[in-house]
Design a protein around this ligand. Structure first.
Ligand code: AHM
Ligand code: MG
Length: 349
């Protein structure tokens, strides 16, 4: 075959990398100033650094507790602390952030005016901490908001006014999953795209363009150990999918529960089904935090055609009262979430 006149590429360089993708998106939006592009580069780099620490954790003796507890009263693992510092340093260094909220920090971090940008990022630097030492998939979750008046972040009230807003204000959200491969899935609201880290290139390559959550799935995902404390609605719904009515043509669903939200949501996005972390009689608000767990995942799920609800309202419509607020979470295939909502609404009466 003649290659006369054709550009020559080194092997691998034709791939649509995350860097190229984000630049192409910036060019498509004529009004864009490139700030979000630079911020996403910082997120990408932070995820690569965290992935490298996760991969070497056993050898570099990074497993185990850091000896401290975070604002949720949970023991911090060494990797939790490393991931938090990595994310924070990279975001601040981008000079595109005005403030940050992290699962591992009690208060919002306001960036010094000399390097302050116009975005807020809420993140869980290493989600699924209980799985770290067992080498089970864990991840990083992030949500990005625009701050209209970054120079007016002077008091805690200013910070709350900008941060305690519904997930509908998200301009981008995503997660990295450190699993058998490392994925970075993100959206700026039009499509959800999944990238896989090619370790030989050190680049995230587009492997899952325009991800769509199937309308219906055959998997349910919930910590069944909490069933004693569930509401009557959750008990009834879970029973109904395990014991479908005779003659309905339905088969009992399969249970898959990893205990890392990132991994459970990633599978739900790909295969469909429903992921649930409900409120129960012991945890009245549920377990998952709004700004850096529930809202970013709900944003991705809705863009991918799925649904995400607290059981009473769409997760994206919740306006949190505090930066670490928890909410009940039911998300996944639209038809499965709607079947749960039908049961929940009947119980609400
Ligand atoms: P973490 O942020 O401290 O890791 O906690 C959140 C995690 C989620 O990844 C996961 O969905 C959930 O906690 C699992 O909780 P449980 O062990 O109660 O089932
Ligand atoms: Mg978490």
């Amino acid at each position: 075959m003649s290659t006369k006149g054709a550009p020559t590429f080194l092997e691998g360089t034709e791939a649509m990398t995350l860097t190229r993708y984000v630049l192409a998106e910036q060019r498509r939006h004529k009004e864009a100033q490139g700030d979000l592009t630079l911020l996403l580069s910082a997120v990408q780099l932070a995820c690569k650094v965290i992935e490298s620490c996760v991969r070497r954790a056993g050898i570099a003796k990074l497993y185990g507790l850091a000896g401290d507890t975070n604002v949720q009263g949970e023991e911090q693992k060494r990797l939790d602390v490393i991931a938090n510092d990595t994310f924070k340093l990279n975001l601040v260094a981008s000079e595109k952030c005005a403030c940050l909220v992290s699962e591992e920090e009690e208060c919002a971090v306001v960036v010094d005016p000399s390097v302050r940008g116009r975005y807020a990022v809420a993140f869980d630097p290493l989600d699924g901490s209980s799985n770290i030492d067992a080498n089970v998939s864990i991840g990083t979750i992030f949500g990005i908001y625009r701050i209209d008046e970054p120079d007016k972040l002077n008091t805690p009230d200013d910070v709350n006014r900008h941060l305690l807003v519904s997930g509908r204000a998200l301009v981008a959200a995503g997660y990295a999953m450190y699993g058998s491969a490392t994925n970075l899935v993100f959206s700026t609201g039009e499509t959800v795209n999944g990238f896989t880290l090619d370790p030989s290139l050190g680049e995230f390559v587009l492997t899952h363009p325009d991800m769509k959550c199937p309308r219906r799935g055959s998997i349910y995902s919930i910590n069944e150990g909490n069933c004693r404390d569930w509401s009557a609605a959750v008990k009834e719904y879970v029973h109904s999918i395990k014991f479908p009515e005779a003659g309905s043509g339905e088969k009992p669903r399969s249970l898959r529960y990893i205990g890392s939200m990132v991994a459970d949501v990633h599978r739900t996005l790909l295969y469909g089904g429903i992921f649930m972390y409900p409120a129960d009689s012991k945890s009245k608000q549920g377990k998952l935090r709004y700004l850096y767990e529930a809202a970013p995942m709900a944003f991705l799920m809705e863009v991918a055609g799925g649904r995400a609800t607290t059981g009473k309202q769409d997760i994206l419509d919740v306006v949190p009262q505090g930066i670490h607020q928890r909410v009940p979470v039911f998300l996944g295939s639209a038809e499965d979430v709607e079947a749960f909502l039908a049961v929940a609404q009947r119980h609400e009466g």
